[in-house]
Design a protein around this ligand. Structure first.
Ligand code: ADP
Length: 536
């Protein structure tokens, strides 16, 4: 073992420079008596010195390491003995031999630590030459072992004391309530957090109560019935309810209601685990509980908010449905009379009047498409979605038929592949395709708009894509465009309402599918959506 590890081992015993202790002095007295020498020492060999934990017949407390006979002892595993120092050339000129304390005889047994290193020695010294008998050598070796045992004991006692102090510090500082019990359920620890949460002092409950007393009896009885049914054996409505699950090794965490000393109630999240010793024998239970009043309040607020939100959502949709219905009729009248006015009196009114009528026609048309978009959006939000086999060629025909004027106007090239039969609502699917193909036409590039409509199977669904060579979409906007009223361009450049894609998303989701877009600005976009296949 290297010197650094040996020193680390020595320091781990925390014994250097400690006051004399009777247990160790007994050993040195014994060593000197058994070996018949005036001096006996327990020497610990530190980096630059040897320090004596116990000494008989010597006044100095330590010597430099280079003068230490014991520095030789720690190098070997057996007794190091110098019967006559003057006859040994290593020591004949040694200052402790030629001067005080006039060492003529030395014998030391190494102190062999549990990690294999020799941290010092127990040694005997005389002023005259000497020889140890076999019995004395044996006794010295045994004393070395006993001294080490004593040092190990001190070390583990110090660890235990540190651990206990640490556990107490944790117990007292934790905001949670920590309660431990015997296997039978008597409280053995009641932390500071428990006192604060429950209003009892530790003295009132430790050794006197079971934690079952702290619970709502109705809750405990209900849980006992549940466990009896679940485990197929009677579970009594007491302490057993909390521990019968953790008995088997796993811990159990569930919500409970604690009743404080003053009778008030507090919801807690309680984790109960079994405490077992090294032999797997059950020594008790540990319950850690956290006050969840705030959490419960936040949960209730959230539920309330969600209910409000869903009510206001459907109220909003109902309102949009009714309002847009009532708006459509007069709007249609305004638009058609304005258009009539424009056609019939074109060229007969002054230029400004013509222009004003033009603005009114545009405004009315814009309002009409907004109202009709909202109406469809609300209808799809509240109405029922059919789920019947739909040959997608049919809604696609409908969509293209509705768009045929724009297709012709733009001289667009439509490439359509065969469409599958899916499960859904034909009218909604026609609307979906019309919106997507309509957008491709609107955002297509002159002079040769090209729109490719394709379908491919993917597991139990179909993926239908509408790909165009239009202006494309910048990557940072891709996530936003399915949100209602989200538009990327000015109305003047590309008239629209910002409802179309939100509507598409709603239709696809009502069919249990997804919609997404891939696009490269300036090159084109591909809108794809998935729909369940028939029987899928
Ligand atoms: P709008 O009525 O404005 O077309 P949509 O919800 O249909 O509303 O579309 C939202 C926005 O997404 C559009 O304003 C446009 O900026 C962008 N967009 C939709 N389809 C395409 C497409 N095929 N090519 C480029 N941009 C598109």
């Amino acid at each position: 073992m290297n010197e650094q590890a040996r020193l680390a081992s020595l320091h781990s015993y925390d014994v250097l420079d400690t006051p004399p202790e009777a247990e160790f002095d007994d050993f040195t007295r014994l060593a000197s008596q058994i070996c018949g020498t005036p001096i006996a020492l327990i020497s610990l060999v530190d980096a630059g010195r040897q320090w004596f934990k116990s000494r008989v017949g010597l006044d100095i407390g330590e010597t430099p390491r280079e003068l230490a006979f014991c520095a030789y002892t720690v190098l070997g595993d057996n007794i190091f003995e110098v019967p006559d120092t003057l006859k040994d050339e290593r020591f004949a000129d040694h200052p402790l031999v030629t001067g005080a304390p006039d060492i003529r005889f030395y014998a030391g047994a190494p102190l062999h630590a549990s990690d294999g290193s020799n941290i010092g020695s127990v040694c005997v010294i005389d002023h005259v030459p000497h020889h140890l008998t076999d019995g004395q050598r044996d006794a010295l070796t045994t004393l070395g072992r006993q001294i080490m045992r004593q040092l190990e004991l001190r070390k583990s006692a110090a660890h235990s004391a540190r651990d206990a102090a640490f556990s107490h510090a944790i117990l007292d500082s934790a905001a949670a309530s920590i309660i431990s019990t015997t296997p039978e359920g008597t409280i053995t620890t009641f932390s500071h957090g428990s006192e604060q949460l429950l209003g009892y002092a530790a003295d009132e409950v430790v050794g006197k109560m079971t934690p079952a007393i702290l619970h709502d009896p109705a809750e405990v009885a209900a849980r006992a019935r549940e466990l009896t049914a679940e485990l197929g054996r009677p579970v009594s409505a007491g302490f057993e309810v909390f521990v019968c699950k953790s008995c088997c090794g796993s811990s159990e965490t569930r919500e409970w209601t604690y009743i404080r000393k003053d009778g008030t109630r507090v919801p807690v999240l309680l984790s109960v685990s079994a405490i077992v010793d090294a032999d797997h024998t059950l020594t008790g239970f540990l319950g850690v509980a956290r006050d969840i009043t705030e959490l419960k309040r936040a949960q209730a607020d959230l539920q309330h908010l969600a209910a409000e939100l869903s009510r206001s959502n459907s109220d909003l949709e109902k309102f949009a449905c009714i309002a847009s219905h009532d708006l459509q009729e007069p709007l249609r009248m305004i638009t058609s009379y304005l258009q009539l006015l424009q056609r019939r009196y074109k060229g007969r009114l002054d230029e400004q009047a013509d222009e004003f009528i033009g603005f009114a026609v545009d405004g009315a048309a814009r309002l009409q498409s907004l109202v009709s978009g909202l109406l469809t959006f609300a209808r799809i939000g509240t109405g029922r979605t059919a789920a019947v086999p739909v040959d997608m060629n049919v809604p696609l025909d409908t969509a293209l038929e509705n768009l045929k004027l724009t297709i012709a106007e733009k001289e667009a090239m439509i490439i359509r592949e065969a469409m599958p039969t899916v499960c859904g609502d034909a009218a909604m699917l026609a609307q979906l395709l019309q919106n997507l193909v309509g957008n491709s036409l609107k955002f297509c590039r002159e002079p040769t708009p090209r729109i490719h409509i394709s379908a491919k199977a993917s597991g139990e669904e179909w993926i239908i894509s509408i790909e165009d060579n239009g202006i494309g979409i910048e990557p940072q906007f891709l996530d936003r465009i399915f949100t209602i009223f989200e538009r990327l361009h000015s109305y003047a450049d590309f008239p629209g309402t910002g409802i179309g894609l939100a509507l598409c998303k709603k239709i696809v989701e009502r069919h249990g599918g997804r919609i997404w877009v891939t696009s490269e600005a300036g090159k084109g976009s591909a809108f794809s959506f998935s729909l369940p296949a028939v029987g899928g």
